[in-house]
Design a protein around this ligand. Structure first.
Ligand SMILES: [Zn+2]
Length: 329
């Protein structure tokens, strides 16, 4: 597989050379042989970024490989859009995951790498990465789509309102969990047969009311179809919710979460460790749903991202950024 490499410096350059290598023809825009790479060689480290695209709602893999292994006391701190990135050691490099907000303003995004040796600042590098334009789909529905009346009526009972409140509190607690990185390999798709019925951040209107952007990806599936965990992780929530129906949230560490909605059955419980590919539940139509499907969502550092962008990243288990960087033409 040949990757295209984007070289960039303190100021931004944008190239989108097409990969010549074989394309893995994955359905529905899930591609990982034509991902974009940014790489940079500095005095003391190699930097490598990988993303399906540097656009709104996308996940980016960050990899930093120190050049001189003798400098064991060299510490790196990384800031993405002003916020510190959680890094995890992987072989001789450190990896992290960056999120581009689906609501990111046009322009450039800031990545800062600070290095220190024995608490002495060695240097700070700033990189400006240009945001690629992304247009999310807008679906205008003229007819009223069938949603259970209980989801659209303004007058909800006191009990229902309390239940909704309690559900959102439970979500808050689950997404606040912090743990170290729980995986070392790429993500996978959540179903054996993939047919996407609604993309990320599509705006849909329910009963003529302007809906919120779609916070995940919908996969078609018959009721009872096994749902697979897309990555190793820990179950931090598994319970019935008002809107989400039977809802499972997995913590993958470093503030990366994936979540699975509308299940007919949940097969894991809070505290369970799950493996990538493990059956965690079954497709259903519980909660606010018009028919059996899986809604898959993902968050990095409290930012909703397109789960397919995470699944598309192909270089999570790569040993070294050094090798890739030295292959520069
Ligand atoms: Zn959905």
């Amino acid at each position: 597989m040949k990757e295209q490499i984007l070289a960039f410096s303190l100021l931004f350059f944008s190239f989108s050379l097409l990969a010549e290598g074989k394309k893995l023809h994955q359905p529905n825009g899930i591609k990982n042989s034509s991902n974009y790479f940014v790489k940079k060689e500095e005095k003391n480290f190699f930097l490598l970024l990988e993303a399906r695209k540097f656009g709104r709602g996308e996940a980016i893999l960050f990899r930093l490989t120190p050049k001189n292994k003798k400098w064991i006391h060299e510490n790196f701190k990384v800031f993405w859009m002003g916020k510190e990135v959680i890094l995890s050691k992987q072989g001789s490099s450190q990896i992290g995951f960056l999120a581009i907000s689906p609501d990111a303003a046009p322009g450039s995004m800031n990545l800062e790498i600070q290095s220190k040796i024995f608490f002495v600042k060695r240097g700070t590098k700033q990189y400006q990465i240009q945001l690629e334009p992304t247009k999310f789909q807008v679906i205008q529905k003229n007819q009223t789509i069938k949603v259970d009346e209980k989801f659209v009526t303004q007058e909800l009972s006191k009990e229902t309102l309390e239940f909704i409140k309690e559900c959102s509190k439970a979500k808050e607690v689950a997404f606040a969990k912090e743990s170290g990185l729980q995986f070392s390999d790429n993500f996978k798709l959540p179903l054996d047969r993939i047919h996407i019925t609604s993309k990320f951040y599509v705006r849909r209107d329910y009963n003529k009311k302007k809906g919120k952007p779609h916070g995940g990806v919908d996969f078609r599936g018959k009721s009872g179809t096994p749902i697979l965990s897309i990555q190793d992780g820990t179950v931090v929530l598994a319970r019935p919710m008002y809107y989400e129906g039977n809802f499972t949230v997995l913590d993958h560490g470093n503030k990366i979460f994936t979540f699975y909605m509308h299940q007919s059955e949940m097969l894991v419980k809070v505290g369970d460790k799950v493996k990538k590919g493990q059956v965690i539940g079954k497709v259903g139509s519980t909660g606010m749903s018009t028919g059996p499907h899986l809604h898959l969502g993902a968050k990095i550092a409290n930012t909703l991202i397109d789960p397919l962008s995470l699944i598309s990243i192909a270089g999570i288990m790569e040993e070294s950024g050094e090798e890739l960087a030295s292959s520069k033409k």
